[in-house]
Design a protein around this ligand. Structure first.
Ligand code: GLY
Length: 415
């Protein structure tokens, strides 16, 4: 009895003490914390842009720490509008939808762009993401027109979409005839979707041909991929296998591996062709088992960079792979790719990679690499690192809620 009384008094005292304490706010969960951070950074970013009165498109920071804005024909112009759509998806706040529409529609004429292959990134991340979320009929026409433009770069003898013109810019000085870069795998989603939206199977067939040729010619025995394969226009034979942004022709450029893993996973989504998923998994296995992959799964910019561990990391490659892994998790039962993706995302969200609000030019992630051989964008924020990071967060959210991905239209669109 005595003991009981003591316990009763102690319990009362505890309640009284708690009532006198200042109220502790519950710590927001992981996703809420990430959304709050993204909203805070993008609020500052878009306030700067809106105040300028121009439709600016931020890509990165220069060596002096100034924000670099890009013209609409830059390959990265779709990522910032795309991030606005992802902000809308994460918050359901109409403010982000309005900004997303504004920055997306500034890219309208990109649908006619035919002088490089990146229209898939540009229109895919902006218009296609918007269309998936809000279904604007006029966006559908832009997506199909852009797919037509991209298709003009298809070279039937080689069965591939030519990435870069062989007589333009620094690429024109390399002696290439029909250069195809692994990055081009990321443009195929636009073609698959254009067939779905228009009923014209030409786009789908071009995408399949490109994926098949890439699978045949871009990979080494260890399933790492080359960056550039140059084809002969006359007969489609391979003229050379090289790099442009990696350390060496025979090295494994980290973002190239990311483009391959993500790109072949997307091809599987639209075709259900097991060979594509197998290729994505094989390249993922290369990535995961390479001795130079750090424990946080965020790679150095090239797996063969000479001064590892004193080489910059590439957060953009990691973010892209994390997003792909969440999709692969649904296709590869029993592999728990989600756990790997969670590891990457958790590290990206940590203080080593995520910038403090108001810093880093108001980009979300630090520590990506554009192109070391060109001396450009070394250890900087990049708008595509942020885009794929946000996409990964959305996929994580949807997986954990047992929901289909909010911006993957259909799983069964085999033509
Ligand atoms: N698509 C160009 C790059 O990945 O840097």
């Amino acid at each position: 009895m005595k003991i009981k009384n003591h316990l009763g008094i102690a319990a009362l005292a505890a309640v009284a003490l708690a009532a006198c304490q200042p109220k502790q706010e519950a710590k927001p969960d992981f996703l809420t914390e990430e959304i709050n951070n993204i909203v805070a950074q993008h609020t500052i970013q878009t306030d700067i842009i809106e105040k300028s009165g121009k439709c600016l498109n931020p890509r990165t920071l220069d060596t002096l720490g100034n924000i670099v804005y890009v013209p609409i024909d830059d390959w990265t112009s779709g990522f910032f509008p795309g991030s606005m759509w992802l902000d809308y998806d994460l918050t359901k706040d109409e403010k982000w939808k309005n900004l997303a529409e504004k920055y997306t529609e500034a890219l309208d004429s990109v649908k006619y762009l035919k002088w490089h292959h990146d229209v898939g990134f540009m229109i895919g991340c902006s218009y296609l993401t918007g269309y998936r979320l809000c279904g604007q009929p006029e966006y559908k026409d832009v997506i199909v027109e852009a797919a037509k433009s991209l298709s003009t770069r298809f070279r039937p003898n080689a069965g591939v979409i030519q990435s870069w013109d062989a007589d333009r810019g620094w690429q024109g000085k390399r002696g290439w005839e029909c250069p195809v870069i692994i990055d081009n795998m990321m443009n195929l989603e636009l073609l698959f979707e254009a067939t779905r939206l228009s009923g014209d199977s030409t786009f789908h067939k071009i995408a399949v041909s490109h994926a098949d040729q890439t699978m045949k010619n871009h990979f080494r025995a260890d399933n790492s991929c080359y960056h550039v394969v140059d084809y002969a226009l006359k007969d489609g034979s391979v003229r050379s296998r090289q790099t442009a942004q990696g350390y060496a022709h025979e090295s494994a450029w980290a973002r190239g591996q990311a483009w391959a893993i993500y790109g072949f996973t997307t091809c599987y989504r639209y075709t259900h062709d097991q060979r594509y998923l197998d290729q994505a998994e094989k390249t993922l296995n290369f990535y995961l088992t390479d001795k130079n992959l750090p424990k946080d799964l965020i790679p150095y910019w090239d797996f063969d960079a000479p001064k590892i561990p004193n080489e910059p990391r590439d957060a953009s490659a990691a973010a892209c792979i994390a997003s792909a892994l969440y999709e692969m998790d649904g296709y590869c039962q029993g592999k728990n790719y989600k756990a790997l993706a969670d590891t990457i995302v958790t590290h990206l969200a940590g203080p080593d990679y995520k910038a403090k609000v108001g810093e880093n030019g108001n980009f979300i992630l630090m520590h990506s690499v554009g192109s070391i051989p060109h001396g450009q964008e070394i250890d900087v924020p990049l708008n595509y690192a942020d885009y794929y990071y946000e996409e990964a967060l959305i996929r994580k959210r949807d997986l954990e809620n047992n929901q289909p991905f909010s911006f993957v239209t259909e799983k069964d669109s085999v033509q």
